[in-house]
Design a protein around this ligand. Structure first.
Ligand SMILES: C[S@@+](CC[C@H](N)C(=O)[O-])C[C@H]1O[C@@H](n2cnc3c(N)ncnc32)[C@H](O)[C@@H]1O
Length: 415
């Protein structure tokens, strides 16, 4: 017998409530649902999180007391569906009320939701409401580096979300309609990725245009031995393998390595896979090149992960910067004399980028930066490279920015 389909709005509300309670979007368990339903739920949840403060402004005047988190999340999802995504109010209100009424736990809130969402649908001036601000601690730290104007431009980019960037396997084609961005290809936002032409045949994989730069920077040659430390889910491993290198992909997380294995299988690329802690593992032989995509605050990816500002705390950054320095010191020891290493993080915080490399240069005699100009972003004082979410990808860029990344090419000469 066919199972009743899960409602994307209900799933979206579960996701939003889960994030408010401190969960990462990718880790919140959802009931079984078709990929298309999950994709729609995901899109609604992302939109609700990107417009969290705005929905507060619209809903608060009509709420006598704060509803249960799940009900509040359903109201936020309904509000963005009507006001941001332009869905007809009648359908949104009816579906939300029907779903609440059908639930044993939240049925009593159905009448209130009906009244509040009808009011919300009449709200005027949605587009003029202030954009979503970063949390105070992060905003202050970014303002010290990029200035108030820079932070506002970054917040505007976060609010706009991200297009779908693809890294295309050499010799394969991007799907029709994709535009070149840096060395990547860009499709407008939306849709179910696995349904796009070329997905099943492994012609490309999803990776932000900025995230594709570090592997390009390493410029591996066919036959070179390369260690991809912190490799999963494998976006950069696939680039290195596609360039013909002999890649060892190492990661601490077995579940993430399962995704890396699936990605390699789909794209028909190969790498040796090691599940280990890079701080305690030693390669059997020194290598020509290392890519260290170090664990970080991921604050450069808020465009596509608007749950991060709800979850990240300043203490996480302190812990991560120590780990990054330890990983970098260890990774340098895996290089053949004269070998090269790309260090990168998807963070906007200089503590996880510029400052890490400046400190490493003082710790390691014989270490130097040798980062050439890349198609997107700008050079930094210590010899690295920085991209920002508000970076334009071309003179008439309409497609939005790129993730915030830091990267540096380091050469380790014997002293
Ligand atoms: C930024 S993600 C890597 C993304 C990946 N390079 C890609 O392009 O798809 C960082 C990874 O570091 C891994 N990691 C964290 N600490 C580690 C450690 N001590 N040793 C090895 N891997 C570690 C995490 O499991 C995570 O998969």
């Amino acid at each position: 017998m066919p199972q009743p389909q899960a409602d994307p709005r209900q799933l979206a509300a579960l996701l939003v409530a889960g994030v408010v309670e401190g969960g990462m979007l990718s880790e919140i368990p959802l009931p079984q649902a078709e990929p298309a339903v999950r994709a729609r739920a995901q899109r609604l949840a992302l939109t609700a999180l990107r417009n969290f403060a705005r929905t507060e402004t619209v809903l608060k005047p009509w709420l006598r007391r704060e509803p249960q988190p799940e009900v509040m999340a359903a109201l936020r999802v309904g509000t963005v569906e009507m006001l941001e995504l332009g869905a007809p109010p009648h359908g949104v209100v009816n579906a939300t009320v029907k779903a609440l009424r059908a639930s044993r736990e939240f049925g009593a809130a159905a009448g209130m939701a009906n009244a509040v969402l009808r009011r919300a649908s009449e709200f005027e001036g949605w587009a003029e409401l202030p954009q979503q601000k970063l949390p105070g601690w992060l905003r202050r730290r970014l303002r010290a580096v990029y200035g108030e104007e820079g932070v506002q431009a970054i917040e505007t980019a976060h609010q706009a979300g991200a297009a779908l960037d693809l890294t295309v396997k050499p010799g394969a084609s991007a799907p029709e309609g994709a535009e070149p961005v840096g060395g990547s290809w860009r499709l407008p936002l939306g849709g179910q990725v696995s349904a796009l032409p070329g997905f099943a045949t492994g012609d490309w994989w999803v990776q932000d245009a900025a995230a594709a730069l570090p592997a390009t920077l390493l410029a591996v040659q066919p036959g070179e031995t390369v260690l991809d430390l912190c490799a999963a889910p494998g976006g950069k491993t696939m680039q290195l393998a596609a360039a013909g290198a002999q890649v060892t992909a190492l990661d601490l997380s077995e579940p993430r390595l399962t995704r890396l294995r699936e990605n390699l299988a789909r794209t028909g690329l190969s790498a040796e896979i090691v599940c280990a802690d890079a701080l305690h593992w030693t390669p059997p032989a020194l290598v020509d090149a290392v890519l260290l995509d170090a664990p970080c605050s991921a604050t450069g990816t808020i465009r596509r992960h608007p749950d991060l500002p709800f979850v990240r705390k300043p203490a996480d950054v302190e812990e991560l910067t120590k780990l990054q320095a330890d990983l970098l010191d260890r990774a340098l020891g895996f290089l053949k004399p004269g070998g090269r290493l790309v260090y990168c993080t998807c963070s906007l915080l200089p503590d996880e980028g510029e400052a890490q490399i400046a400190a490493a240069l003082t710790r390691h005699p014989g270490l130097r930066t040798d980062t050439p100009a890349l198609p997107l972003g700008r050079a930094t004082a210590e010899g690295g490279w920085r991209t920002r979410p508000d970076d334009k990808t071309g003179p008439d860029d309409q497609s939005g920015g790129i993730d915030g990344f830091y990267m540096a090419l380091l050469r380790h000469d014997p002293v």
